[in-house]
Design a protein around this ligand. Structure first.
Ligand SMILES: NC(=O)C1=CN([C@@H]2O[C@H](COP(=O)(O)OP(=O)(O)OC[C@H]3O[C@@H](n4cnc5c(N)ncnc54)[C@H](O)[C@@H]3O)[C@@H](O)[C@H]2O)C=CC1
Ligand SMILES: O=C(O)[C@H](O)CS(=O)(=O)O
Length: 476
């Protein structure tokens, strides 16, 4: 494949003098190249979005909804093509990629409807000669910056509510996985979404982000990615007081109490830990098992982890694809080595995969006898590493789980409802999976406490991020 990505600015697909290569993480082969935008290109994208805003925001919500549903239909029609593009550039198994296309599309469907329910309110005034109205209106041009791990759903989880609210957008996808976003933009154009409503700019992140940060016409910044970059963007947004949505890093605890159904808990851990090769911000990162059931849990888990097949995502037998790049592999191997040097037992895996050509592969790994001083118990792994430690009391498990600067997702497996509720209420995390390893869904609020971010995406909360509240007081 030799894809050539161009910039989507206004009604044009614009090439540039400079280009950036995109490679397949499964074999290192060149997939193609993308345009490397200049600062003028990044500025032109804001110009186009700003110019399109007045007309797009003035459309009745049901007309925006109709156009979003046409986009939804085209994405569904091109599901397999989009999934293959995603697997080639990101590496996840084809079936997971297709599942992500469905997940991405569910946000478009949800917000096509939600946009028609942006309600205001009237409030009883404190004097007879006044009336109080509250209305909501779109914030304006929104800048959306997205990561490589979910190349489709991180675009639509932002763009769908933004467009439904009446905003126009400038999008910078990850330079590692740009082709999924560019194909989505082509389908949006085919659906009849007007030029300038969706603009896509690829290139050097800091240069593009810098232009958008400095431009006061950009009223909203929605970012998904690392906490480090999120903090930088938060500081930069202050100069023009942009509204912010930050979906940042996570370090999810997975608690298995003595009352858990262990087979259910092991299956849940496998699903939460190894989805996308462990490269999700809500993946289980540390596993706390009550000491009375730990040996049995570890035995069952070892059998399941050993069955996971590593390979090219295009191979239908593959469970675990490549990590996104060589640095990601080095980070996981370093965490394994650190744990091993501090006394952890490697029950399964633990090594780089060397018989799969030039891909970035790590064996799915299960560690036992893990202690809290090991790096994997405090730093986000973003790879197929499952460290298991034990606890004696629920209070201890909750204290250790909460002892993190992150607060995105946490999981609890127990068959005792009262125990489940008490633990869930005490955990300091924005998303809690109770016997559920995969809570993410379009209708529910996704987001974290503490350094995992600001704001929520999904559900009725997600569209509020793209609206301003206006209070009108009428004197009679
Ligand atoms: N909370 C959430 O929903 C998610 C959080 N993440 C976190 O992100 C990390 C992995 O994703 P990455 O893509 O490596 O994160 P990253 O933060 O390096 O990059 C994310 C996006 O930001 C862009 N970017 C990087 N530096 C920038 C700058 N100075 N100005 C403007 N844009 C810039 C990148 O090009 C990419 O498009 C992990 O820490 C993971 O936990 C990733 C996905 C979802
Ligand atoms: O970027 C991510 O890791 C996603 O937000 C995780 S999910 O929404 O697919 O669960």
């Amino acid at each position: 494949m030799n894809k050539q990505g161009k910039l989507r600015i206004g009604s044009s697909w614009r090439d540039t003098n400079e280009h950036m290569e995109v490679r397949n993480p499964a074999n290192g082969e060149r997939i193609g190249h993308i345009a490397q935008a200049t600062e003028a290109d990044a500025q032109a994208a804001v110009d186009a979005a700003y110019q399109a805003f007045s007309k797009w925001s003035a459309l009745p919500a049901n007309e925006r909804s109709t156009l979003l549903l046409k986009w939804h239909a085209l994405i569904a029609e091109h599901r397999e093509e989009l999934a293959e593009i995603m697997t080639l550039e990101q590496g996840k198994p084809l079936q997971e990629a297709a599942g992500e296309i469905d997940y991405a599309n569910s946000f478009i469907q949800w917000y096509a409807e939600e946009g028609k329910r942006v309600y205001g309110e009237t409030i009883p005034a404190s004097s007879a000669n006044k009336r109080i109205w509250v209305t909501k209106q779109p914030v304006g041009v929104a800048a959306l910056i997205t990561p490589w791990n979910f190349p489709a759903s991180m675009i639509t989880r932002k763009a769908a509510p933004a467009l439904a609210a009446g905003c126009t957008v400038v999008i910078k996808p990850s330079e590692e996985t740009p082709f999924t976003a560019l194909r989505l933009a082509e389908l949006a154009e085919e659906a009849g979404i007007p030029a300038g409503v969706i603009n896509i700019v690829t290139g050097v992140p800091g240069e593009i982000g810098g232009v958008w940060q400095r431009d006061a016409r950009v009223r909203k910044l929605s970012f998904t990615g690392s906490t480090r970059i999120g903090k930088e963007l938060m500081k930069g947004a202050a100069d023009t007081m942009k509204k912010l949505s930050l979906e940042l890093g996570g370090h999810a605890p997975f608690i298995v109490t003595e009352h858990a159904d262990l087979r259910k808990a092991v299956d849940g851990m496998i699903a939460s830990k190894f989805r996308n090769g462990g490269q999700t911000c809500v993946c289980t990162n540390r596993i706390y098992v009550h000491e009375s059931v730990a040996d049995r849990f570890v035995q069952l888990a070892a059998d399941k982890v050993a069955e996971l097949k590593v390979g090219n995502g295009l191979d239908e037998e593959t469970d675990i694809g490549p990590l996104i790049n060589a640095a990601a592999v080095d980070k996981v191997l370093a965490q394994i080595e650190d744990a091993r040097s501090k006394g952890a037992r490697v029950l399964v895996g633990g090594e780089r995969v060397t018989d799969l050509g030039n891909g970035h592969f790590v064996q799915p790994t299960l560690l036992a006898d893990v202690t809290d001083d090991m790096v994997c118990m405090s730093e986000e792994t973003f790879g197929p590493l499952a460290p298991v430690t034990t606890f004696r009391t629920i209070d201890e498990a909750i204290e250790r789980a909460n002892g993190s600067p992150y607060g995105l997702a946490a999981y609890v497996f127990t068959e005792q409802i009262s125990e489940a509720v008490q633990i869930a209420e005490r955990l300091e995390f924005g998303i809690i999976g109770l016997n559920d390893p995969l809570p993410s869904t379009a209708q529910a609020p996704f987001g974290g406490f503490k350094e995992s971010g600001v704001g929520r995406e999904g559900g009725r909360y997600g569209i509020e991020e793209y609206l301003e509240v206006k209070y009108i007081s009428l004197g009679l």
